[in-house]
Design a binder for this molecule. Structure first.
Ligand code: GLC
Length: 477
């Protein structure tokens, strides 16, 4: 837990819940907010401080909630706004904050703003979107062109993603004002903050240029708004940039995002030199006192046990141990705590335009079976019910690691200091009296740490030697 003068997320653990797949309360095969509500005890026992829920707004679901048609509502598949209020209140009772997923870069093409915008060149909503007579060539992220011709008014509109996701024109003050209202609406309801979609490409007129200075202006404005609340609301950006210096710009002068996802870490793999380098450079470039954000998986990428761990539990535990023993904020994607793997989706069950279904499948609870789930439930990982009381499970390991972190000041606030180690070993100190060493290689390695093992990925108790693919946290003496 963060010390009193630190914001709650500093040293905290966030949990990303993909609501359609987390827990289904009404047996319609789609997870919902009441289902999530019913699993708060589980998340509390796991030890998380906050939950980021993927988009909860009404949406035609061309991009599964990332095409919002009403920023003030709740998708009927997921429940009602009262369900969300009840979830926020119940989570608050066990000390868990709720973050929603704000999608400000684009709307759905069914959003009232776009319907009005496309209706006439004279519409007051016309300037909300990016229109051109003759667009330059640009490819959309999901393929095809980023400009779609709209017959009624004879112009093209811009969309970085699907044609059904027209981009808002953030150069316009009306758009900025409209979003201030959206932020306030949810902050006033007790939402603790937002994960913010595609921040790095928010302002784009002209399109095609990432990380424009105007983005930072918007972020400072939002930060002012978020800081006006007590406690301050959290802005956590999806800052999909692979350059760490660029990543640091999203923290501004500690007056923009409080948290910005570190994608270079997610993609460093389990290579000791590569990952240690990303982490060391992150410490160097982030403004002092700011909190990095580490995650291994999310709803857009292949689940980490499959992507970087060859689906081997020993490696999964190592990656999780790293996640929980770094400073800053750690984010678990639902199922990460079980070692849940990517699921192969049969052709006739595929739903996502960009092939991401395999990372979004239903949570295997085991005590309750999914009835006719919207995506197939994966095999090959033990369910929550099977892992819950098994001290040797990945779930138990995660609980122990999070509990260790919460209870040990060094792991919350201690500085990160790399320790020289054999090739293949990534080792560091946190604060004065805690060390972490991970053997990311297939051969045993010797260690010169004097102290007691607090946690080991293999359950051994030896601070002088690591087996292959073993990691330890040591209390230094
Ligand atoms: C972000 C989301 C992704 C979505 C895209 C477009 O990258 O994480 O799921 O498809 O934005 O909104």
């Amino acid at each position: 837990m963060a010390s009193p003068q630190q914001p709650w997320w500093n040293g905290g653990v966030l949990y990303q819940a993909y609501p359609r797949s987390f827990a289904d309360s009404n047996g319609d095969g789609i997870g919902d907010l009441t289902g999530l509500h019913g699993r708060l005890d589980y998340l509390h026992r796991l030890g998380v401080d906050g939950i980021w829920i993927n988009p909860t707004f009404p949406s035609p679901n061309r991009d599964w909630g990332y095409d919002v048609s009403d920023y003030f509502g709740v998708h009927p598949d997921l429940g009602t706004i009262e369900d969300l209020d009840a979830l926020i209140a119940a989570a608050g009772e066990v000390g868990i904050r709720i973050l929603l997923d704000l999608v400000p870069a684009h709307t759905s093409d069914r959003h009232e703003w776009f319907l009005q915008s496309r209706s006439s060149k004279e519409s007051p909503r016309r300037p909300f979107y990016i229109w051109r007579d003759q667009p330059e060539e640009q490819e959309a992220v999901f393929g095809g062109t980023a400009w779609t011709y709209d017959e009624p008014t004879g112009q093209y509109y811009h969309h970085l993603f699907l044609p059904e996701q027209p981009d808002l024109n953030w150069m316009r003050p009306e758009v900025r004002d409209a979003f201030d209202e959206i932020l306030r609406f949810w902050f006033d309801r007790g939402v603790a903050g937002f994960r913010i979609d595609v921040v790095h490409e928010l302002v784009k007129d002209p399109p095609g240029q990432r990380n424009r200075p105007e983005i930072h202006k918007v972020l400072r404005r939002w930060r002012g708004l978020a800081d006006g609340y007590e406690p301050a609301r959290l802005l956590l950006g999806e800052t999909w940039v692979l350059d760490l210096d660029e990543l640091a710009t999203f923290y501004g002068d500690s007056d923009e995002l409080q948290l910005a996802f570190n994608f270079p870490f997610m993609f460093a793999g389990l290579d000791a030199a590569a990952i240690a380098d990303v982490v060391r450079r992150t410490a160097e470039v982030l403004p002092s006192g700011s909190s990095p954000v580490w995650a291994l998986s999310n709803h857009d990428v292949v689940r980490f046990p499959t992507r970087i761990c060859d689906e081997e539990d020993a490696k999964v535990r190592l990656a999780l141990l790293a996640l929980f023993t770094l400073w800053g904020t750690s984010v678990l994607y639902y199922g990460d705590e079980l070692g849940m793997r990517q699921v192969e989706i049969p052709t006739d069950r595929r739903l996502d335009v960009h092939g991401r279904d395999g990372a979004r499948t239903p949570m295997p609870w085991g005590d309750v079976e999914w009835r006719d789930p919207w995506l197939p439930v994966g095999e090959g990982v033990a369910t929550v019910a099977e892992q819950e009381d098994d001290p040797s499970s990945v779930l138990s390991f995660c609980r122990n690691a999070i509990a260790l972190r919460r209870g040990r000041d060094d792991l919350v606030g201690g500085a990160y200091i790399p320790i020289a180690a054999e090739p293949g070993v990534w080792a560091w100190r946190r604060g004065d009296s805690t060390a972490v060493a991970l053997n990311l290689s297939g051969s045993p390695a010797s260690l010169s740490l004097a102290g007691d093992v607090l946690l080991s990925t293999s359950g051994r108790d030896d601070s002088s030697r690591l087996e292959s693919w073993e990691g330890v946290v040591v209390a230094l003496t």
